[in-house]
Design a protein around this ligand. Structure first.
Ligand SMILES: Nc1ncnc2c1ncn2[C@@H]1O[C@H](COP(=O)(O)OP(=O)(O)OP(=O)(O)O)[C@@H](O)[C@H]1O
Ligand SMILES: Cc1cn([C@H]2C[C@H](O)[C@@H](COP(=O)(O)O)O2)c(=O)[nH]c1=O
Length: 187
């Protein structure tokens, strides 16, 4: 399983990109799968009820959700899995809330690391203008976090498995750049 994670703050364009990548990969004959986090309805509901005030609980809930998600991914027998959010979401968001990123990484250390992580980098003001109405996670205290979350993502994105993309660019340009970059790295 070649695992690709798409990361970025709310409204950065992750879902739009992830779905297009899967659509184009399937046309190349590869068994490709779109998925997202949070994954399980049960844990998503607990997170929604909890809100954005307890970063320890959020770290544990998102990580427990991920354990169930990883087992499901591995059962799908896909050649390429594109996940809309993964480990780096927990590190970026919950470290922006004050949790040590080393602890978050330790809690997530048993999960497969992505072969590629695409970070869609965008100004929070632009991103917030794109957030869909009725987003169940659109808490005011989370909107105030987004600048710090962006900084945390950029600190993380120094590794060679990251591709940082300017998410202010047109959708089609982003999709073409990421698809080309990914094809060059797929077996
Ligand atoms: N590069 C772009 N330029 C302009 N608009 C974009 C771009 N990418 C996505 N959008 C639009 O922004 C909105 C949010 O996109 P999308 O749902 O893909 O973001 P997201 O990162 O998955 O959001 P969230 O994390 O809140 O679920 C959509 O209306 C989408 O069409
Ligand atoms: C996986 C994960 C997500 N979050 C945050 C990021 C978003 O604000 C919401 C839900 O994500 P969506 O893309 O809007 O559906 O949850 C987080 O704080 N920590 C995580 O591990």
């Amino acid at each position: 399983m070649f695992l690709v994670s798409i990361e970025g703050i709310d409204g950065s364009g992750k879902t739009t990109l992830a779905l297009k990548l899967v659509e184009r990969l399937q046309k190349t004959g590869r068994r490709s799968l779109y998925t997202k986090e949070p994954f399980t309805p049960e844990l998503t509901g607990m997170i929604e009820r909890l809100g954005w005030n307890d970063p320890v609980a959020l770290t544990l809930l998102f990580s427990a959700d991920r354990r169930i998600h990883v087992k499901w991914m591995e059962e799908q027998n896909a050649e390429v899995v594109i996940t809309d959010r993964y480990v780096h979401s927990t590190i970026a968001y919950q470290s922006a809330m004050g949790i040590e990123k080393e602890w978050i990484a330790l809690v997530n250390s048993k999960f497969p690391q992505p072969q590629l992580t695409v970070l869609l980098d965008v100004d929070p003001n632009v991103a917030v203008s794109r957030i869909k109405k009725g987003d169940i996670f659109d808490f005011p205290e989370k909107r105030r976090l987004l600048e710090k979350v962006r900084e945390k993502y950029l600190e993380l994105a120094r590794g060679d498995t990251f591709l940082v993309v300017d998410a202010n660019r047109p959708i089609e340009e982003i999709q073409e750049r990421v698809f080309t970059y990914l094809l060059e790295r797929l077996p």
